[in-house]
Write a protein that binds this ligand. Structure first.
Ligand code: HXC
Length: 257
């Protein structure tokens, strides 16, 4: 991997993907996105990994798609490259992904954070969709995911003016889960990840799938999907372990079976 660093054993059951183009503020070129896609696919298959954290560095989570790589492209060039199939694959990851964000999370960077399941941010984090300032618009889900999180008025303002919001504001809108001092944002993401990693990984993945489904389908269909996953969990050993542990007044030990 040239543009990311992957540590499969960053903490117990937790893998870390760190974007690694610091001089370019982790601008998301095509190779970097492909590396994220490939490593998520591998981590999704690795039973030792239960939660994945994606982070950048203190100055930037990611300042967007690589403008220099896109600047001279034609419509047909962009269509041939089909970069959004990479994003679609990332969105299919079963295991929970936490974005640990410090500094700039802009354009594709904001979209990548929003594609993750939760966001833990440092006080210095800034979120925005500034594509409008360079003559385009969000393309990797920004107009949809930001609007679902912030509501129409604020999302419209951010998308049409390109202005940024602070981590505190993002927290107020429910875009992110937590804001902590910059020194501890990664530690805080690990702590959240550890809490989730102590649960049954099968239940976690099926629950994630059901929550995500709520963004796609009408309520009745979502409820049907939820019930299907709920019933399925009764064929896992983890369900027996979890419920027996409760009855026996002990801590469950989930094996992911
Ligand atoms: C390529 C980038 C970049 C980007 C920063 N850099 N953002 N290179 N693509 N998105 C590079 C700069 O060119 C510069 O390289 C170095 O990183 C440091 O950036 P500076 O601008 O010098 O830093 P600063 O003055 O602190 O300003 C930070 C900034 C600004 C406000 C984040 O860099 C900026 O506005 N970046 C672009 C943000 C943006 O428009 N993002 C949306 C992209 S479109 P050199 O070599 O000059 O030192 C997009 C579409 C997504 O994301 C849909 C498809 C996936």
């Amino acid at each position: 991997m040239e543009f990311i660093k992957v540590n499969k054993t960053y903490a117990k059951h937790i893998a870390l993907i760190q974007l690694n183009r610091p001089k370019e503020l982790n601008a998301l070129n095509l190779q970097l996105m492909g590396e994220i896609r490939d490593s998520l696919k591998e981590l999704d298959q690795d039973d030792e990994v239960r939660v994945i954290i994606i982070t950048g560095d203190e100055r930037a989570f990611a300042a967007g798609a690589d403008i220099k790589q896109m600047a001279g492209k034609s419509t047909i060039d962009m269509w041939k490259v089909d970069q959004f199939s990479t994003w679609d694959q990332i969105n299919k990851t079963r295991k929970p992904i936490i974005a640990a964000v410090s500094g700039f999370a802009l354009g594709g960077g904001c979209e990548l954070a929003m594609t993750c399941d939760m966001i833990v941010a440092s006080e210095t984090a800034q979120f925005g969709q500034p594509e409008i300032k360079i003559g385009v618009m969000p393309g990797a889900g920004g107009t949809q995911r930001l609007t679902k999180a912030l509501g129409k008025a604020k999302a419209m303002e951010l998308v049409l003016t390109g202005k940024f919001i602070s981590a505190e504001e993002a927290l107020g809108y429910g875009l992110i889960n937590k804001v902590v001092p910059v020194e501890v944002y990664l530690k805080e993401a690990v702590s959240l990840a550890s809490e989730i990693a102590s649960m049954s990984p099968i239940a976690v993945q099926m629950a994630k799938e059901a929550v995500k489904r709520s963004f796609e389908v009408p309520l009745e269909e979502g409820l049907h999907f939820e019930r299907k996953n709920f019933y399925m969990l009764f064929s896992s050993e983890d369900q027996k372990e979890g419920m027996n542990a409760f009855v026996e007044k002990r801590k469950p030990d989930f094996k992911g079976r």
